[in-house]
Design a protein around this ligand. Structure first.
Ligand code: CTP
Ligand code: MG
Length: 400
């Protein structure tokens, strides 16, 4: 199916560490959280975002397992996945990931698999800062503990002003050329990529991180992640009682005729029909479905996720919107049950292409059934005057 028109952004997920401090019986990324591995959870967050390529860096011998996890987390975006073998240090693992980037990738996010519960919003903030022109961006959270400098006998030497400190998280974002050059010039091993890039003389800016993006390092961190997944995790999927059952949602959308080019409606191009206007292609059917799905999953509405501040969705067609929505749902623990959508319009005439529209929309929703119906309004209202198109959708979502 058509991929979303995303910017040339790749995410390198470093998962090649051994997890010596965790002692989980397997390399850390392959330790289970809730029946799914740390890596699987990390990748779900990645695939909810705008990546055009996802490189997973794993220990020798774990390529097959990583590919299975990645394909499962990717849904219909599995062809974005590249799995490579990492090195002895995090920095060499990052270098291995960089070497596997496709030629057209311009910006890179490097993400620790160990930060398995990082919310998609953090990826989006870092990507947005890169798009705004930054060379290097890290998510950071304020330090809450009072910090002391301590000598090797354990004696406090000095207090450190907490207001000047921030804890760095991942994904850390870079212009590809900047990270590549910093790695080439590296004469020391750095614990994160921002330190490497800063050592090469580049300014690094921060965006807001998130408490859920903590790194699973020790046993208690693993317990915390597991508890967040079973309990009510405020920044992630609402795993509340109602999550156990199906939920329905409703969405409507209206677009007026008067756009440029040809008409796109219900995921189909309609040569010879007047185009609808809108930030994207004006496909009211697709937008109503997105709203219905987001509403059913309790994830806000189309403006929350596809606002005009997301240039990659300008001019995008239904498949881009719908597959991104499936990713958002899946990161929150939902899959699509079915969708029913009704179009109110004098034109185009749907009868001849109804099944085709259903097939295209269903393919963009991971194969979930979509029913399309169409009606006119007896000459009444704006649809009756052929000024525009209205669409009404209901959706059913089910827990994954
Ligand atoms: N990492 C990597 N290659 C390495 C070392 C680390 O890809 N040679 C990755 C880890 O898989 C992890 C991230 O870098 O996702 C952060 O590293 P860390 O939390 O230190 O993980 P480990 O090195 O696996 O853990 P430990 O230091 O306890 O052995
Ligand atoms: Mg380590």
């Amino acid at each position: 199916m058509t991929l979303p028109p995303v910017p040339r952004l790749a995410v390198i997920v470093v998962a090649a560490g051994s997890g010596t401090r965790l002692r989980g019986g397997a390399p850390k990324a392959f330790v289970g959280l809730d029946g799914r591995t740390i890596l699987h959870h990390a990748l779900r967050g990645v695939f909810a975002g705008p990546a055009a390529q996802v490189v997973v860096v794993v220990p020798e011998g774990f390529q097959g397992e990583a590919l299975t996890d990645a394909r499962d987390a990717a849904g219909d975006r599995a062809d974005l996945v590249t799995v490579v073998t990492g090195g002895a240090t995090r920095q060499t693992s990052v270098a291995a990931g960089l070497a596997a980037l496709w030629a057209d990738v311009e910006t890179v996010l490097v993400h620790d698999a160990a930060r398995a519960l990082t919310p998609p919003a953090v990826f989006e903030r870092v990507a947005a800062a890169l798009e705004a022109g930054a060379d290097a961006v890290i998510p950071a959270v304020p330090v809450v503990d009072t910090i002391k400098r301590v000598d090797d006998t354990g004696r406090v030497v000095a207090a450190v002003d907490r207001s000047e400190l921030a804890a760095a998280q991942t994904p850390q974002g870079f212009r590809r050329s900047v990270l590549l050059e910093a790695l080439r010039r590296a004469d020391a091993d750095h614990t994160d990529d921002a330190a490497l890039v800063a050592a090469a003389g580049h300014p690094v800016i921060t965006v807001e991180g998130d408490a859920s993006a903590f790194k699973i390092t020790t046993g208690p961190d693993l317990d915390r992640a597991r508890a967040l997944l079973t309990d009510d995790a405020p920044t992630r999927a609402p795993r509340r009682p109602e999550h156990a059952g199906p939920r329905v949602g409703i969405g409507t959308d209206v677009h007026g005729f008067g756009g440029d080019g040809t008409l796109w409606l219900a995921g189909l191009e309609w040569p010879g029909e007047p185009a609808l206007s809108g930030h994207s292609d004006g496909d009211a059917v697709a937008h109503a479905i997105v709203d219905a799905l987001l509403a059913a999953a309790g994830l806000g509405d189309i403006g929350t996720h596809f606002g005009t501040d997301r240039p990659e969705f300008a001019g995008a067609h239904a498949a881009a919107f719908l597959s991104h929505t499936v990713g958002l749902l899946s990161a929150a623990g939902w899959r699509v049950g079915n969708v029913s959508v009704q179009v109110q319009a004098n034109r185009p005439r749907f009868a001849a292409r109804r099944l085709e529209a259903e097939r295209v929309l269903s393919a963009a929703l991971d194969g979930a059934p979509v029913s399309v119906s169409a009606t006119t309004t007896d000459g009444l209202g704006f649809t009756g005057r052929t000024e525009g198109v209205a669409a009404f959708a209901t959706a059913l979502v089910l827990p994954v």
